[in-house]
Design a protein around this ligand. Structure first.
Ligand SMILES: C[S@@+](CC[C@H](N)C(=O)[O-])C[C@H]1O[C@@H](n2cnc3c(N)ncnc32)[C@H](O)[C@@H]1O
Length: 647
């Protein structure tokens, strides 16, 4: 139905945003459901939906469409010769129904008769609305239909009315001439029934009352954007739904609506209303529809969202109004439909700041910045921990386990760790200092750097600690080799050095890795047959859809491709069968490209979104897929109690 602020034209964008920005979400609350189109679409997409609206007619539509998942039982009508109730209602007549014309509220008040001049409906249609409405009520009172049947038929009626109403969109006024549409006979259509694996509850409450009682993965908020109230604009639908013979007044036959003003329709109250809603929502993700000319400014709403969002998780997608509205008001130039989406952070008292150890490797693609999100998603108790693609060890040194096994196919890297392990920490640090002194290394001394590099590459017995020091002074701290396995990373002028922070990190790091067991193999050949229940493996492989220097296959190590992804997925499925827990880091979407096999794999497990902090929320007018979607896939449910800390 046509509805103010309807998102019928935005359903594709909304569902896409839910899938890209809210991974792992299965349930959604559509708290301002209005016409119900969003609830219905999300149910079709497989979400478990909960719908709500403070208007009763909206509730009736929700309850009679998305609120039911199988055809209601109309068998008690059969003895009366009614096999198809919709068809029966479409052919009802006054005589046949035995209904008293005086009791027909719509006919008496919203059409042209001797006593009424309101031109909302043609007399036949006004009467038909009453006959259908009263018959449905009688069937319900006599126990011939149940609640599902009642709302199903009521929804069919309410959805049919706008097609014959003589209005310009809303019921706040009727047209002064009879529109072509109004002559069509009122015709009910059977609402579409969408099946669902669980009940989809619908509510008719104020958001403030209802929200604290609900929980779900996502809250979708499509509140009113301006001072325009909904009830006066849809008063006749409300009266048809309630059929409560209200006191009405004025030219339009308005029902009383004082005291029902929405807090979202007033500049004075809107900000507090948003804050109550966001803070009260027991959900993981919040998705808010709004526009840039609403009662609360973009700046204020962004600030409010950011206050409750996990750092880096807020995204504001803007869609020019012209692109999705067929009827374009003249003043729509510059008007942007906005979708704010973020992951809600845990309550402050549940987020103690945890200090994570930073590896002195400064490894490209290191997970240090997202440890506060990863570690709480790991099992609490771990017997043996395996870091299969260990890289700089940022993850391994922050996991508590009885035993830690570390693997990386880069043998040079593993040799560095083994060399560190062989000596006492003081000796390692002294050795690093000696190398720096011997070659006069500094941020500016390129010659010294090149001399050490040549010395290292030409040595018959290469010293891994020399390699570590070289890396510390090289461009972007990278371990790059040519095909002849000669270290070839250029000098990191002005930027790279073994600085005080790295020294402090090294001091904490060395004791931590003292008991680690190191391997340098392709993951397929590593013997992990001893892993059992209670053990946990973390995998951070190269990402097929992003390009890091370590997976281009040109640096003396074979690259990483789709077939490796598939082999790894099989490998993890096998571990899963053996009861070993796993967590896999990866990127699901990057620059508009989706990792389809990963998406399929993740369907069988649990998907968690990992957020990277950006200084500002990004504004995309084009594709929401342009954002990189980093994820963690686990084969066990989230056991964290929301105790994520900010990074
Ligand atoms: C923009 S419309 C929703 C449109 C809907 N998404 C659609 O596509 O049809 C906003 C809805 O919020 C409802 N509403 C306003 N204030 C409310 C409140 N405090 N609690 C619950 N619903 C409210 C209105 O009745 C209206 O149906």
């Amino acid at each position: 139905m046509r509805y103010i602020g309807s998102k019928a034209g935005l359903l594709d964008e909304l569902t896409q945003i839910l899938s890209t920005h809210c991974p792992g979400a299965h349930s959604v609350i559509d708290i301002f459901a209005g016409s119900g189109v969003v609830t219905q679409r999300l149910k079709k997409e497989g979400y478990l939906v909960t719908g709500n609206d403070c208007l009763y007619f909206s509730y009736c539509i929700l309850r009679g469409t998305s609120g039911i998942s199988k055809m209601p039982d109309f068998s008690k009508l059969t003895p009366f010769g009614i096999d198809d109730p919709i068809d029966y209602l479409n052919h009802l007549t006054l005589t046949q129904s035995g209904i008293d014309l005086k009791s027909c509220f719509i006919y008496q008040n919203y059409t042209t008769t001797d006593t009424c001049s309101r031109m909302y409906f043609q007399p036949e249609n006004a009467l038909k609305i009453d006959l259908v409405r009263q018959t449905i009520g009688q069937w319900k009172d006599k126990g011939l239909i149940d609640e599902d049947g009642y709302y199903y038929l009521l929804a069919a009626l309410l959805e049919a009315v706008p097609y014959v109403a003589n209005i310009a969109g809303v019921y706040a006024a009727y047209l002064k001439y009879w529109e072509h549409r109004s002559f069509r006979p009122l015709t009910l259509k059977a609402p579409e029934i969408i099946s669902s694996s669980a009940a989809c509850p619908m509510y008719n409450e104020d958001v403030d009352e209802l929200l604290p009682k609900l929980s779900a993965d996502v809250l979708y908020s499509d509140s009113p954007y301006n001072t325009r109230e909904y009830l006066p604009n849809y008063h006749i639908l409300e009266t048809i739904a309630r059929y409560d013979n209200p006191v009405i007044y004025g030219v339009t036959g308005m029902r009383e609506h004082k005291g029902q003003r929405s807090a979202f329709c007033s500049k004075k109250t809107v900000k507090a209303a948003f804050e109550r809603m966001i803070s009260e929502a027991n959900v993981r993700y919040i998705v808010i529809s709004y526009n840039n000319e609403g009662l609360i400014s973009t700046k204020e709403l962004t600030a409010l969202c950011r206050k409750y969002a996990l750092p880096g998780s807020l995204d504001v997608i803007q869609i020019p109004y012209r692109r999705y509205k067929s009827r374009i008001p003249n003043e729509s130039e510059g008007l942007l439909e906005q979708i704010y989406v973020f992951e809600k952070k845990g309550k402050e008292e549940e987020t103690p700041k945890i200090h994570y150890l930073k590896s002195p490797m400064n490894y490209v693609g290191g997970k240090y910045r997202v440890l506060s999100q990863l570690i709480p998603l790991f099992p609490e108790k771990i017997d043996t921990f395996v870091d299969l693609f260990a890289g700089g060890l940022d993850v391994a040194v922050n996991v508590n386990a009885k035993k830690t096994i570390v693997n990386d196919v880069n043998s040079f890297l593993i040799e560095i760790y083994e060399a560190f392990q062989k000596e006492k920490p003081e000796k390692v640090l002294a050795k690093i200092d000696t190398i720096i002194d011997t070659w006069h290394l500094s941020k500016e001394n390129r010659e010294g750097y090149l001399a050490l590099r040549a010395h290292y590459n030409e040595s018959t017995e290469r010293d891994p600690i020399e390699l570590y020091v070289l890396m510390c002074y090289s461009f972007n701290y990278q371990l790059r080799f040519n095909n002849a396995h000669a270290f070839n990373n250029p000098f990191g002028r002005g930027r790279s050095s073994f600085n005080d922070a790295m020294r402090r990190n090294m001091e904490a790091f060395l004791p931590k890795i003292a008991d680690f067991e190191f391997h340098s193999q392709d993951f397929r050949t590593l013997d992990l047959s001893m892993l059992k229940k209670g053990d946990f493996i973390y995998c951070d492989p190269p990402y097929t859809i992003t390009t890091g220097y370590y997976n281009d296959g040109k640096r003396g190590f074979s690259g990483w491709s789709k077939k490796d992804d598939l082999a790894l997925f099989d490998f993890l499925r096998e571990l899963d069968r053996r009861g070993v827990k796993f967590a896999l880091s990866n990127v699901l979407v990057h620059k508009g490209v989706e990792n389809e096999p990963l998406k399929d794999f993740a369907k069988d497990f649990h998907l968690h979104r990992i957020w990277r902090s950006y200084a500002n929320a990004s504004y995309h007018a084009k594709s929401t897929l342009s954002r990189t979607v980093e994820v963690l896939v686990t084969n066990y449910p989230d056991n964290s109690t929301g105790n994520r800390s900010d990074d």
